[in-house]
Design a protein. Structure first.
Length: 166
């Protein structure tokens, strides 16, 4: 008799565990679907990226193509932008080189810990290339601080970016 009670108790426990697992799976699925709907409500990745850059007062939104693969922006300001292809944007004697993955920490008029953007300067036959580690937009100028002593700071006039369009 005791054996029968123990088996019935074990069966009831197993059924309760299965019910809890099914409930948890349903809750997880609903959460994933909710997150997907939320991300879709925010628009396409290119639109989200442009909006984030505009909100921070940085005119990079004008350089982004429509074929942005993904854009993730966290509450601490960190972001990861993935492009379908590398881009080269000529601005006077300089070129901005945008890699397929750009990341950093976005704050008002600054991107620090920047990875994935370079700058190239051409003077005659001499071409210098450097990685940008920080980007700022102040007084109508885009300021790139690089890892190269010769190209330590590059200033690009904001009007030149405005002519590029989105």
């Amino acid at each position: 008799m005791v054996d029968k009670l123990l088996r019935e108790d074990a069966r009831q426990t197993q059924l309760q565990t299965q019910d809890k697992t099914a409930d948890q799976d349903a809750a997880d699925l609903a959460k994933q679907q909710g997150q997907r709907k939320y991300m879709q409500s925010l628009g396409k990745p290119a639109e989200r990226a442009r909006a984030a850059f505009r909100a921070a007062g940085i005119p990079l939104d004008k350089l982004l193509p429509e074929d942005v693969v993904s854009f993730e922006h966290k509450a601490d300001g960190s972001f990861v932008l993935k492009l379908a292809r590398e881009l080269r944007v000529n601005i006077g004697p300089h070129a901005l080189l945008l890699g397929t993955t750009i990341s950093g920490v976005l704050s008002m008029q600054h991107i620090r810990q920047l990875v994935g953007i370079g700058v190239e300067r051409t003077q005659g036959n001499n071409v210098q290339t450097a990685r940008a580690g920080r980007l700022s937009f102040l007084n109508g100028e885009l300021l790139l601080e690089t890892d190269d002593a010769a190209l330590k700071k590059i200033n690009l006039r904001g009007e030149a970016l405005g002519d590029l369009g989105g």
